[in-house]
Ligand binder design. Structure first.
Ligand SMILES: Cc1ncc(COP(=O)(O)O)c(C=O)c1O
Length: 330
């Protein structure tokens, strides 16, 4: 058993990230809406993966690794931030990036995150959406090891218990900012995918003894499947922190009604949400995660789902670089 503060971490993110009101968006939906700006974590455009990488890079350095290897979709924000962290710490970076069925194509392969990955010096292994990413990663790791390299593998989205610890810090920041700004938050909403952000955030709230409910809007699977994924990771994260995993009971909530036809495939509601935030708050969301997360929050506000929760905080997890890959749908 280890305690949270003894787990090695490198500092990469600009933090605390701001927690700001969204007055013009609030007036549209009859709620006090706030945003936690984790799109401003600072690493090559920022986003939620920067916090996870603080623990994952520390582990790679402790293992004397010379190469970071990770996997994701072709416009993965996680891949971009991993490439940037590798550059910052003098490590090589291998990105195994899958094509994503149903996404726009003209800029998808070259612009947005793909452009930045190349600028950051990562080497890219492009896979079709039929190739097996896990098997490819395993073979690449073996090949690098056989060539005398010391690769460190980071799972999809940086979502393992170690990576999730990054979001324990975000939870602590939110708790502090609520106090400093003398505001009330009744509900937190975020986009949830590989689950580490929601799991880490809940672990941090549990650690702080704060019971604000957290709603994950799914970007790739049903609510039930997502609850299972987040719950398992949350229990493992609490265990890693030396806390009782049963504290997770009843805390994981996810809604799978807003991702449309699949991961990365645009919905009309996402496009509306991205436009509304841009044109009312000067806030740029992304098409794959935060746009869909915000579309869920907006729809649930309109339907009165939060009628007993006037003060809602949206966690902006970054990804605005992705809009350049999706310009044809905007
Ligand atoms: C911008 C953005 N928001 C949200 C998420 C989802 O976070 P998680 O995978 O930890 O659930 C991601 C993951 O890649 C992301 O890039």
């Amino acid at each position: 058993m280890s305690t949270f503060n003894s787990i090695p971490r490198v500092i990469i993110s600009h933090s605390p990230t701001p927690l700001e009101p969204m007055p013009r968006l609030s007036s549209l939906f009859n709620h006090n809406l706030y945003v936690k700006r984790d799109d401003c974590t600072g690493l090559a455009g920022g986003g939620n993966k920067t916090r996870k990488l603080e623990y994952l890079v520390a582990a790679a350095l402790a293992n004397k690794a010379d190469t970071l290897v990770t996997v994701g979709g072709m416009q993965s924000n996680h891949a971009r931030q991993t490439a940037a962290a590798a550059a910052k710490f003098g490590l090589n970076c291998k990105l195994i990036l899958e094509d994503v069925h149903g996404t726009p194509k003209s800029d998808f392969y070259h612009n947005g995150n793909m452009l930045l990955d190349k600028l950051l010096g990562a080497s890219i292994h492009r896979l079709s959406d039929e190739q097996n990413c896990t098997e490819y990663a395993h073979n690449l790791m073996t090949k690098l090891q056989n060539n005398g390299k010391k690769p460190y593998f980071i799972p999809m989205g940086g979502s393992n218990p170690l990576g999730s610890l990054g979001y324990v810090h975000c939870a602590q920041e939110i708790v502090n900012q609520i106090k400093e700004q003398a505001i009330t938050i009744d509900q937190i909403v975020l986009a949830t995918g590989s689950a580490g952000t929601q799991a880490g955030l809940l672990a941090g709230l549990i650690k702080a003894g704060v019971d604000i409910p957290v709603l994950g809007i799914c970007v790739s699977r049903s609510g039930n499947e997502q609850v299972k994924l987040v719950s398992e990771l949350l229990a493992q994260t609490l265990t890693l922190m030396g806390l009782d995993p049963y504290l997770a009971e009843g805390r994981v909530v996810a809604n799978g009604h807003y991702y449309g036809e699949g991961y990365g495939i645009a919905t009309e509601e996402m496009i509306e949400a991205v436009r509304l935030c841009a044109q009312h708050e000067g806030l740029i969301l992304d098409p794959v995660y935060t746009g869909k997360g915000m579309s869920g929050m907006i729809d649930l506000c309109r339907k009165g789902y939060f009628s007993d929760k006037p003060n809602i905080l949206f966690l902006h997890t970054g990804g605005s670089q992705g809009v350049y890959a999706y310009q044809e749908i905007f």
